[in-house]
Ligand binder design. Structure first.
Ligand code: PGA
Length: 254
């Protein structure tokens, strides 16, 4: 298995000003440039995407959006299309985050968003995760449905561009992340379902990230014991002191 890791920062609805965003972008870019085995992607709110994209070509930092419209264009007030985001120079988009699912995005809508992202040349980071973990294992069916339904309309040729993020919803925004052993088990399951959809070769190539209360103290163990290919980080990605420590810890994992 390759030693290369991917860390995605989901800024959510932060920070309040462009000047603050510029400061976090610059500092994150400087840290990313030091890392040897870790790629860093930040997903700021739409108005800050342009500011995050380097005008100088090759960059240590990649940029993504937190969502895309399910539509290509048309009368959809308030929406931002995948093509618009790609045209700015962004390369990724988070799709199906639990906070969007909670606002009403069904698997069908998420599937359309995935398709739009892929058609525009973005790499979608599909978030899947159960809201609760029951003893009977019903959460496994939930994960399976989210993955199967999400990719229902996606042609296999796009499988190579997809990134999966396992985010147990009950572990987002908490003090503690899920245990690395449970993360390992769930990420294997997520990969298995992806393999059922697109085949084992695609599954081997596809990174599975973990997200949910990742911080500088638990990040390295989640990678090494949880055996995921990277992390999706919320709060700590806009706290530059914590994010620096987190990225260095991840980069040092052998
Ligand atoms: P958190 O958020 O790291 O603040 O728990 C993760 C996420 O929602 O992607």
């Amino acid at each position: 298995m390759s030693n290369h890791k991917l860390v995605v920062g989901n800024w959510k609805l932060h920070p309040a000003t462009l000047s603050e965003a510029r400061r976090i972008i610059k500092q994150t870019r400087d840290i990313a440039a030091e890392l040897k085995h870790t790629s860093v992607v930040i997903c700021p709110p739409f108005p800050y995407i342009s500011a995050a994209i380097s005008k100088r070509g090759k960059d240590s930092l990649s940029v993504g959006s937190q969502s895309v419209s399910m539509h290509e264009s048309g009368s959809h007030t308030g929406e931002v299309s995948a093509a618009m985001i790609a045209d700015l120079g962004a390369k990724y988009s988070i799709i199906g985050h639990s906070e969007e699912r909670a606002r009403g995005d069904s698997d069908k809508i998420i599937s359309q968003k995935l398709l739009q992202a892929l058609l525009a040349g973005l790499k979608p980071i599909l978030c899947v995760g159960e809201s609760l973990r029951d003893e009977g294992g019903a959460y496994l069916e939930i994960l399976k449905d989210q993955i199967r339904n999400g990719f229902a309309d996606i042609p296999k040729k796009y499988a190579r561009d997809i990134i999966l993020a396992y985010e147990p919803v009950w572990k987002i925004g908490q003090a503690e992340a899920m245990s690395p052993a449970d993360i390992n088990e769930s990420s294997i399951f997520v990969k298995k379902v992806f393999s059922d959809v697109f085949g084992p070769e695609s599954a081997v190539r596809t990174p599975v990230l973990y997200g949910g209360s990742v911080n500088p103290n638990n990040a390295a163990e989640i990678i090494s014991v949880g055996k995921v290919e990277g992390l999706l980080v919320g709060r700590e990605s806009v706290n530059i002191v914590g994010f620096r420590e987190l990225l260095r810890a991840v980069d040092a994992v052998k």
